[in-house]
Every structure is written in C-alpha cells, then in structure tokens.
Design a protein around this ligand. Sequence first.
Ligand code: FES
Length: 85
Amino acid sequence: MTSRITLSVDGEPVAGNPGQSIAGVLLASGRNAWRHGPSGAPRGVFCGIGVCFDCLVTVNGQRDVRACRRTAQEGDEITTQSRAS
Ligand code: FES
C-alpha cells in the first residue's frame, strides 16, 4: 500500500505521492497554471527541468521556488505568486 502526502496549496489540502515534484502534485490536482507573468498570461510548467522559471511558487515562506525541481514533502505549504506580489 502506497502512503500519500498532503500539501496545502493556498490553504487548500492537496494530496500527492511521495517522491513527486510540487509541480507534479499541482498538475495531478488539475492545476495547469498557478501564477501570472508580467503580461498577465498564465504560467505553470513549461520546461519541467528547471530552466524557464515559469513554475515559481512560494514554499513554506520561501519565494521563487521552482515547483518542477522541488520534491513535495508532507505538510509543505505552497502559496501561488505572481510577478507583482
Ligand atoms: S517548468 Fe521550467 S523551471 Fe520549472
């Protein structure tokens, strides 16, 4: 039996699998975009390998974390962000 982990995304509990990236958890939860760029265009995963910085989120108070490069941990508090905030 596989154990699950639970993150908080903007205060909402979201389940994921151990070893998944934060981006993987967000995508699996149906979120395709979680911030907006300077033009207002939605941003989520683009490259998926840590190069484009489109997937930035705040994790446990640390801004500008690449969601595609950070392994999700039980209890992580994810806050979506935009360039303006
Ligand atoms: S999707 Fe490009 S850095 Fe994360």
